[in-house]
Every structure is written in C-alpha cells, then in structure tokens.
Design a protein around this ligand. Structure first.
Ligand code: SF4
Length: 96
C-alpha cells in the first residue's frame, strides 16, 4: 500500500488502511552512521532510509546489514569491526 505519512506515494509493506503500522505510525530519519549509504532518500525536509523505518535500531548491535557503504567483519577476537572498504573501492572504480 502507498505511504501517506512521510514517504508519500511510495509502496510500503507497513502501510495499511488504518495508517502506518510501524511504532509511532511513521518512519524515523537516518542517523550519522548512515551517511554515504545508497539507500538514503530525502522526503520533504528530512532524510530517510528506503529499506528500514528506524535506522538507529539497525546500528544498535554493530553495522547495519543493509548498508551499502560499510561492511561488518569479525576481527581475530571475534568482535564486529566496520570496514569502510566497500565505499573506497566503489570510489576508486568510478575514477577509472
Ligand atoms: S540501509 Fe542501513 S545504513 Fe543504509 S540508510 Fe538504511 S539503516 Fe542506514
């Protein structure tokens, strides 16, 4: 169903005839860690994620698994590290 709240006219699985079924009845703006991600779009006067309604929650336990600008990798101790390599490789490819 098409969104009638923030992303007006965009097809959304969370939209129903009673309105947006997400927490608080709306999407939430992206967070600082989302900067550089290809899934960001501007709607009215704020920036939102096209894949997830609450971007801050996607970063609560490490890197967002939908992110296009970073890659989560495990270091030797098993901790999650964020590897910004994807973005730099993409930038290098576009300079060729
Ligand atoms: S996919 Fe993840 S990193 Fe990209 S904008 Fe959405 S929440 Fe942010």
């Amino acid at each position: 169903m098409k969104c009638v709240t923030i992303k007006k006219g965009v097809d959304c699985a969370l939209m129903s005839s009673e309105g947006c079924s997400y927490l608080g009845g709306q999407c939430y703006p992206v967070v600082e860690k989302c900067e550089g991600c290809d899934r960001i779009s501007k709607y009215e006067d704020a920036v939102y994620c096209n894949s997830y309604p609450d971007p801050s929650a996607k970063w609560d336990h490490g890197a967002c698994n939908f992110a296009t600008h970073v890659q989560a990798v495990l270091d030797k101790s098993g901790k999650v590290k964020i590897n910004p390599l994807k973005a730099s490789k993409r930038a290098a490819r576009s300079r060729r």
